[in-house]
Design a protein around this ligand. Structure first.
Ligand code: AMP
Ligand code: ZN
Ligand code: ZN
Length: 414
């Protein structure tokens, strides 16, 4: 209702301006526009990374907005399932997006994040991402990279979107989304995304406490400063709600934290293995008991579950893309085979993610800033699954079916 009144006033002011009898400047005009929303992801930005480096821009947005003690990812705490869960409000078992690497037994097909054909194929992406929800309700959106936005989900795309290209400079990404936000009239977007991968990449390659991670955090801060500057120059800053998020945390790996799978099970009994902190094993026909019992007998520094035993809070078991046996490694442990052990040891120090999302180390950071949010407030960690509901609330739209609830995040709002 308020938006409608504001819009009507603005049209009137616009008309008066057009005939040249008012001093109403552009700034006032901008103040009367409905609020816009930017969802910004810094990949692999742990909940405590702001303490690691000088981050004046993050700090000032946190002081003027709301910070959470952590953002709890979905399981597995990997990039693709988490970006897609933020976009849809759905747990992996309900969106079907159960990993960075997936095998679908019905289709007998693989999904891998570097396989462009799969990444752009809508059939892997269940549910309704936020850009579709908004576009269906008349709001223009633009994704300056986001997992899922390159696929024709529900035969739709955001109005403006880009294919992921890690060679595109961070400045160019900001310039592009700011351009979309500042198009004249109805061409302008009201919802946009930004995505930056460098903090995650440096964490993997050099470990959490490396100078490279510190430098990447500081670079993120400079990007934020540049974004703020550009939005201010276009009189957009005051009407922007910003959600600064990440998809998961990070933990260092270690030479003495290895689980050698081929020392535990007969590898020949496995039809398929997807390796990682969550290792997925599809046993060969008739071999399920042998594989499970061997893993159970050696259950140290990992948990093993038959599919039907996977704990409820992981929200993973009700999907065909999850195989019959899963192993969840203890934080910091690596599941590998003897062949990979040597190269793994040589590649240390390094870090990864993908572990139990309720481990503190897997939590990421969250700051919200803008007219809708409280100021100078810190709230407890909450699950990223609720952000879809929050975004709908901010945009005044009706959400599609999802697993989140606005009540879980209302504490952020003024
Ligand atoms: P991971 O750390 O293995 O969970 O994956 C992170 C990587 O995903 C990043 O380093 C990016 O290069 C990559 N990535 C992020 N978004 C996309 C996308 N839309 N398409 C392809 N790769 C992406
Ligand atoms: Zn990630
Ligand atoms: Zn990563």
């Amino acid at each position: 209702m308020m938006h409608k009144v504001k819009t009507a006033v603005c049209y009137l002011l616009g008309f008066i301006m057009a005939v040249g009898i008012t001093s109403c400047d552009k700034r006032q005009e901008a103040d009367l526009q409905p609020d816009k929303l930017l969802l910004i992801s810094f990949d692999g930005f742990r909940y405590d990374y702001l303490e690691k480096a000088e981050t004046p821009h993050f700090d000032s947005l946190a002081a003027g907005g709301v910070r959470a003690e952590g953002l709890i990812p979905v399981f597995p705490s990997k990039t693709f399932p988490n970006h897609y869960a933020i976009a849809t409000g759905l747990y992996p078992e309900n969106s079907g997006f159960v990993g960075n690497t997936m095998y679908d037994p019905d289709w007998e097909e693989w999904y891998r994040i570097r396989d462009r054909e799969a990444v752009e194929d809508s059939k892997w992406y269940g549910g309704e991402p936020i850009w579709n929800t908004l576009e269906k309700q008349g709001i223009r959106t633009g994704t300056m990279f986001w997992v899922g936005s390159e696929a024709n989900i529900q035969k739709m795309h955001p109005t403006y979107w880009k294919k992921f290209d890690d060679a595109m400079s961070f400045k160019a990404r900001v310039d592009t989304v700011v351009k979309w936000l500042s198009y004249p009239g109805s061409r302008a977007i009201r919802f946009g995304t930004l995505y930056f991968e460098h903090v995650d990449a440096m964490g993997h390659r050099y470990g959490m406490d490396s100078d490279s991670v510190k430098a990447a955090i500081e670079e993120s801060d400079r990007i934020l400063g540049y974004l703020k500057n550009q939005l201010r120059r276009r009189n957009l800053w005051k009407q922007m709600n910003l959600l600064m998020v990440s998809d998961h945390g990070m933990v260092d790996l270690a030479a003495d934290k290895v689980i050698e799978l081929d020392q535990i099970i007969t590898m020949d009994d496995a039809e398929r293995i997807i390796w990682g902190p969550l290792t997925l094993i599809q046993p060969k026909e008739g071999k399920k008991a042998a594989v499970y019992e061997a893993l159970k007998a050696h259950e140290k520094h990992y948990r093993v579950y038959k599919k039907e035993e996977i704990p409820q809070q992981y929200h993973l078991k009700n999907h065909r893309r999850v195989p019959e046996i899963v192993m969840v490694a203890e934080l910091g442990y690596t599941v590998l085979d003897s062949e990979y052990k040597q190269p793994f040891l040589q590649s240390l120090p390094r870090a990864t993610h993908g572990y139990d999302p309720f481990e503190k180390a897997m939590q990421s950071f969250f700051i919200a800033f803008g007219p809708a949010f409280k100021k100078d407030t810190t709230v407890q960690a909450f699950q990223s699954i609720h952000l879809y509901e929050l975004m709908n609330h901010l945009m005044g739209t009706t959400p599609a079916d999802n697993d989140g609830s606005l009540d879980s995040v209302r504490v952020l709002l003024k």
